[in-house]
Design a protein around this ligand. Sequence first.
Ligand code: ATP
Length: 212
Amino acid sequence: MSSARLRCIGLLGGTFSPIHFGHLRPALDIVEQLDLDEVRIIPAKLPPLRDKPCVDAAHRLTMVKLAIQSEPHFVLDSREFQRTDTSYTVDTVLSLRKELGESVSLYWIMGMDAYQNFTRWHQWQTILKLCHLVVAQRPNYSPAKNDPLKIYHRQNQADLLQTPAGYIHFVNVTQLDISATMLRQYRKENRSLRYLLPNAVNNYINENDLYR
Ligand code: ATP
């Protein structure tokens, strides 16, 4: 008897200040590789473990909307903006689980840089009980030699597709050496951001004179 495929939803959290092709293209690669039904893009209002973003939350939200407007697999999820406190991923995934139920496979997507800090995240063990992690390669970050989370690694996609949560899966994605830090720096140096992020986001940044 073959077991049914669960609905699969990717979750991509981040500061997105600004959102760029290094977020978008790897997320689309993951949709294709894991046959995801959708990816929720979840901007953090007040991200833990880093400084308060220098651009207003509303601008970051608008830039995400503009970036994903023509990609049907990407959906903006602004739930972290409805809270006033720090945006802990565990609270976000808990609220998604409540909303979507138990029979959906959830994949929290992150780059290798974020994964290297994962055991510093608030209640990371609970996060793993609520969703899978999908870790994307990122230029200049290599996998740790002795990963303490090795027991959770599963490279067989069939394992993930039949289970709602609990595994860590590594994916090869298009390597784009772009970071939001680099883009903010370019703006300070009066350099163009063209071809590093969607045109609509580039126009919005110029029109609102962001990151100067
Ligand atoms: P900053 O430079 O401000 O730290 P960032 O470009 O790393 O920002 P975030 O919003 O912090 O972007 O990242 C959100 C998620 O996207 C993280 O999991 C991060 O690892 C991943 N990510 C960001 N840029 C890339 C990239 N170029 N390739 C793969 N993953 C990326």
